[in-house]
Design a protein around this ligand. Structure first.
Ligand SMILES: [Zn+2]
Length: 343
């Protein structure tokens, strides 16, 4: 089969590789669409240490089942599916508690951090364990289904926050995940959504996605602006989708006493943290990692027309041109929005 292989850092080759075999509890999926994730672009130069070559990347995908293992009963050839980006064991202690995203020895599709190598979906075929598959509704396209993974990451952050209808919310960083958080906050009953970013274009996108207000993080009176919109207290919840000191501080300084800050972005390993503000204000700070079952909800939102994803797709291109698109994304010459590759 053909695949887009990271042969060495910053060097992708579209070439023939052996097709995957499936274990008895796995299916073979013929990939119909696979999105390029920011983590793939960050990883492909070696800077994150999580894409050690040789590797087939890609974890935001959809396709059609072409083969099923002997122990697979719920799925059949021809089923249209998407799948979790995390491969986990069902008998893990965390999986049994419903938090498979935290399970020990979990693997991410298309990632090789040194402890494992799990080839991803920038290929014609991929083998997938049956328990991470999700059925695509008839009225949802393969391209739309390839957007479910980042949307589910955003919904997980919202679920972690424990939002209640009427809450006021800040979203720091209006990239792919931040934009999905904004859209899903509308569905989740937020009364006021305030987007903050360093970039005017991203803020325009945030407004289109449903943010009521959008401010540059560099605005001198940012704190006053937030307070004036939240009865002088600060927001109930802030979602941080960047992962850098300045953005984390904006989130913590933007919530009220007793408020909640959910950290989704994690570009930096460590950040400076306003400890006294968090302690004396009894601010809840929570991490949000990947997805814990939010796929089905996102697929339902798409099926019912409650969530749009087409406006976040920048380009759809053949997998054979993948190297060119990675290059353009790496040089920030493409986007904002998702580039989807079609094998
Ligand atoms: Zn991703």
């Amino acid at each position: 089969m053909k695949a887009l292989v990271l042969e060495k850092y910053k060097h992708l080759v579209y070439k023939d590789v052996p097709a995957p075999n499936q274990a008895i509890d796995e299916v073979i999926v013929e990939v119909k669409a696979c999105g390029i994730c920011g983590s793939d672009v960050h990883g492909f130069d070696g800077s994150t240490g999580r894409r050690i070559p040789p590797l087939i990347m890609g974890h935001e995908a959809s396709g059609i089942i072409t083969e099923t293992g002997a122990a697979v009963s719920k799925w059949k050839k021809g089923d249209r599916v998407t799948f979790d980006s995390t491969v986990y064991k069902l008998d893990d202690w965390y999986s049994l508690r419903g938090t498979y995203n935290l399970s020990d020895n979990r693997e991410v599709l298309g990632v090789s951090p040194g402890t494992y190598r799990r080839n991803g979906a920038f290929a014609e075929y991929i083998s997938i364990p049956q328990h991470i598959l999700y059925r695509i509704p008839e009225n949802v396209s393969f391209n739309q289904a390839a957007m479910v993974e980042p949307a589910a990451v955003a919904l997980h952050a919202i679920n972690i926050s424990g939002i209640k209808a009427g809450n006021t919310c800040l979203v720091i960083g209006a990239g792919m995940i931040g934009t999905f958080i904004i859209k899903l906050l509308r569905i989740s009953g937020a009364s006021i959504v305030i987007a903050i970013d360093i970039n005017d274009n991203q803020l325009a996108q945030a407004k289109k996605a449903g943010a009521d207000y959008a401010f540059l993080s560099s605005s001198e009176d940012l704190h006053e602006k937030i307070n004036s919109l939240t009865s002088g207290r600060g927001a109930d919840i802030a979602y941080e989708a960047v992962g850098m000191t300045a953005a984390v501080n904006t989130a913590i300084n933007g919530v009220r006493k007793g408020g909640t800050v959910v950290l989704v972005g994690n570009i930096s390993q460590t950040v400076d943290f306003p400890l006294q503000k968090v302690v004396t204000g009894e601010i809840m700070v929570a991490g949000s990692c990947a997805i814990a079952g939010e796929y089905e909800a996102i697929l339902n939102f798409l099926k019912m027309g409650k969530l749009s994803v087409d406006d976040q797709i920048f380009a759809v291109a053949p997998l054979s041109e993948g190297a060119v698109w990675f290059d353009r994304l790496y040089k920030k010459e493409a986007g904002p929005g998702k580039v989807i590759l079609i094998p």
